[in-house]
Design a protein around this ligand. Sequence first.
Ligand code: GAR
Length: 192
Amino acid sequence: MTKIAVFASGSGSNFQAIQEAIERGDLQAKVEVVITDKPGAFVVTRANRFGVPVVELAPKSFESKAAYEEKIVAELLSREVEWIVLAGYMRLVGDTLLTAYENRIVNIHPSLLPSFPGKDAIGQAMEHGVKVTGVTVHYVDAGMDTGPIIAQAAVDVVADDREATEERIHKVEHELYTKTLQTLFIARSQLH
Ligand code: GAR
């Protein structure tokens, strides 16, 4: 059973999809902790509903990014977390976390990277007038939504309808993330 931490800053629908896949038996993992940089975010309510522990940390209350991430690493090590799964964590990961969890941090992003990195990828895609956008799961490095791509899926844009496009993207995210994580964890466990 792979022990994971989910990092989220907002609603947490991807966290919920992961937790539901675990409970259905489709993903052999355990969410040991949810980490949020936005105390009070809706992901906290979702985690509470599932009885998953949450650590809420406001980066501003630390003297540096390194100090903030050292606290996170301590929380993860005390729970023997093996993988970090970013799910709407809207903050660049720094050296402290990247070093502690080298090649074991993954992210999901709502576009076909390298198109539309950063904030509001769906808005960027619609603004640009693309007809097809999508979802990317990738390893995390020091850049903004860069890092080796693991999986992608295309999603048709619904013209002039952001809400409908967003709904399609979220649905694909929830399926792609859980499937990709399962493949990744199985592949890695066979290496050991
Ligand atoms: C998701 O669409 C995720 O891909 C995106 O934030 C949303 C979080 O939704 N992440 C990024 O844009 C990362 N650059 P959720 O809180 O409902 O899971």
